[in-house]
Design a protein around this ligand. Sequence first.
Ligand code: MRU
Length: 355
Amino acid sequence: MNPHPFETVALRDDPCALVIIDQTLLPLETKYLTLTTADEIREAIKSLRVRGAPAIGIAAAIGLYVRMYHALHKKKPENFAEFERIFTETKNYLSSSRPTAVNLNWALEKMSGVFYQNRNEPADKILSALRDTAVRIKEEDARVCRSIGEYGAELLKPGMGILTHCNAGALATSMYGTALAPVYVCKERGVPLRVFADETRPLLQGARLTAYELYAAGVDVTLICDNMASSVMQKGWIDAVFVGCDRVAANGDAANKIGTSGVAVLAAAYGIPFYVCAPFSTIDPETPDGGGIVIEERDSSEVTDKWYANPVAPRGVKVYNPAFDVTPAKYISAFVTERGILYPPYDFRGYTFRE
Ligand code: MRU
């Protein structure tokens, strides 16, 4: 059962659509969007209406199915080649929406595998296999996040203070989240925790989304500006850092929302454990180290204008706005995964990406 008062991403069958909560409007407005075209679905991912690595993968998988459903019901493709052309075009189009989170391609590749396994079947059979796969990806994510939560909870004791960055909660997944899953499991078990949420400039996912979902769930959450992390650590208020992640390279370097690597360095300096919570679908063994992870750069207006009545910087000033950074493996105390807690040294080369 979903413990949250919202659903991040869902498939609606009649009429067939991808339904998401528009995260750009939270916490002020709760609005669901019903998306049916490839343009609408790609725009929603690119504009962060749906965001967070696992949620992007689920939205892309459901979105790809929805697009194929409408292709089949609007004008039946003449042959497999035409159906395949629409499938490949849509898959590539959705894949180009954001570059960093590996879950996007992981989910699209799963859909592709099923599409080709059923290539000799009639189109409606292919469609039903795509639907089953998209639904399974979402259901599996909830199970995986629950398991991350249970393993992560083993690291927590009553009264501990936790720092988190960005939003790796229920809004970033189908349910529970990754970094916040241990917090929800502890809440269920009556283990009190204090969570400090970095506001996470420039898009404020910590302030808008993490503070929102934890507060709604009755968790003790305190919002801090990004530049306050050192201060709360110095005061002894933080016992552990829990963050999510968008891509883990084979050597354990991990990309997450911009600012995460700074928090990791601070945690190391203060002797605080730094945990990265991630499903195995976030591991990319084909990228040897963090240097090979493509970091998305976003529009300068997110830094200069977005949250202000008036622009805060001179017009035309140069802006650097990377969405993610890479935390070197040496700062990561452990990965909390659905298969258990993994301690260094890290070596993910043997894992098969398309598993
Ligand atoms: O740009 P976003 O909001 O998609 O970035 C999200 C993050 O960096 C999350 O921490 C990450 O995806 C892990 S989500 C479980």
